[in-house]
Design a protein around this ligand. Structure first.
Ligand SMILES: Cc1cc2nc3c(=O)[nH]c(=O)nc-3n(C[C@H](O)[C@H](O)[C@H](O)COP(=O)(O)O)c2cc1C
Length: 400
């Protein structure tokens, strides 16, 4: 399936009727149970991934599960975590993300946050855990709704969290409120390692570990495209934004985040036969709607094209940006929230998470030319559609 079709399908996720996970007695992840000093995370085959990394990354493709103190909101999300010691992990908690919001609720009541780190989950679970679903929605329930079948879950050994029963390795524990440990740097999805400087993050203290016999530990080698941040995450971000743009009634045809852009470009094509005539106003409104959405919070650059351009065709996209985008029609919006992992930011901007975001209007300006002198595409596609069809229908008869 072509990329934008995948995005289109996946954009329906927030609209499904959720089906809660089904708690079962036991599952593959309970085949082996370790507690106390039996647990030694340093024995896991955790690789040192990039030159410049600050340590070995125990989590790059597994999901963290955490719930609010009242248990109503259960979040599944992929978030990096570095090995700290035999029973401690350096967990990155970003306040604007759902795990950060849940962590803040535990902090408010002064209790450590129970967590489960599930390494080796079903591919669909890794896919949904990277989807920026609106806060408050439980990924496990939407997974059930998507497949029309509940996800089987089992209870953790040392807390009340429920984890997918098919998980390869489950690491349970408590995220400390005060104890901090060094984390990073790590090669990131933008394609760079910011060498030399670690940050202090909450210490995730391990209380139990369970695993399948001969478990498999998947890994994402984040970095220069293409890796799972650009495939899995990029498709999910684009899908979540497409859902928002459609709901707001924009004449959207296709959405895509080109893998080559390392999740820095969001490209949207719009109906060429749209009713709107003010292209600048349309591109601006779309860009602002993207930036205001949860998925769009990760996106610094929006590119708006007509729907003769396939947003996933990098050749067409480069051609459109080069030949249709007038520099005067670029809208730079300063002093915006910016996801601090965006690659090109200055040290100051990364620290403050504030920078400029930009909209590239690549809608063809050709309608401003007088009738009869308007440019058409200088290729077969430039001929009237009926003529193209006639040629294609008779192609064999021409002897080709
Ligand atoms: C392979 C992969 C790795 C990811 N790693 C991280 C990460 O280390 N930190 C992060 O903030 N988000 C990471 N993400 C993206 C988040 O999982 C995603 O944005 C998720 O929606 C954030 O959680 P939330 O929706 O619960 O706020 C990753 C996604 C994928 C697919």
């Amino acid at each position: 399936m072509a990329g934008p079709k995948l995005v289109e399908e996946w954009s329906g996720l927030p609209d499904v009727t959720p089906i809660p996970p089904r708690q079962v007695e036991t599952g593959a992840c309970k085949e082996n149970k370790l507690s106390g000093e039996e647990i030694d995370l340093t024995k896991l085959p955790i690789p040192w991934i990039h030159y410049g990394d600050g340590g070995r990354y125990i989590n790059t493709y597994g999901i963290f599960i955490a719930a609010t103190p009242d248990g109503k909101w259960v979040n599944w999300a992929i978030s990096r975590a570095m090995l700290d010691g035999p029973r401690t992990i350096a967990g990155v908690v970003i306040p604007t993300q759902d795990m950060g919001k849940i962590y803040a609720q535990w902090k408010e009541i002064g209790k450590e946050m129970p967590f489960a780190l599930c390494l080796g989950v079903d591919p669909a679970i890794a896919m949904i855990a990277g989807y920026p679903l609106p806060s408050g929605m439980n990924e496990g329930e939407y997974m059930g709704g998507w497949y029309q079948e509940p996800v089987d879950v089992v209870k953790c050994e040392t807390n009340d969290l429920l984890v997918p029963a098919s998980t390869e390795i489950v690491i349970e524990g408590l995220a400390s409120l005060d104890e901090k440990v060094p984390e990073g740097p790590m090669g990131e999805y933008g394609g760079y390692v910011w060498c030399g400087k670690s940050q202090q993050v909450p210490c995730f203290k391990v209380t139990a570990m369970t695993h399948r016999d001969d478990p498999i530990m998947p890994l994402c080698v984040a970095g220069v495209p293409t890796e799972e941040n650009h495939t899995n995450w990029g498709i999910s971000i684009a899908a979540s934004i497409q859902n928002v743009l459609r709901r707001q009634g924009f004449p959207v045809k296709e959405c895509f985040i080109p893998m080559e852009s390392a999740a820095h470009w969001f490209v949207v094509s719009v109906d060429r036969n749209r009713e709107e005539t003010d292209d600048d106003a349309l591109a601006l409104a779309i860009g602002k709607a993207v930036f205001a959405s949860k998925g769009g919070s990760y996106i610094p650059k929006v590119i708006v094209v007509d729907d003769d351009v396939d947003p996933s065709n990098i050749g067409q996209l480069v051609w459109a940006i080069a030949t249709r985008h007038h520099p005067d029609r670029r809208v730079a919006i300063p002093d915006q929230y910016i996801f601090p992992l965006v690659a090109y930011l200055s040290q100051e901007e990364k620290k403050d998470a504030v920078s400029t975001r930009v909209i590239y209007n690549c809608l063809t300006p050709f309608h401003t030319w007088p009738e009869g002198r308007r440019p058409v595409e200088a290729s077969f596609r430039g001929y009237p559609e009926e003529l193209q069809k006639k040629v294609l229908d008779n192609w064999k008869e021409y002897g080709f």
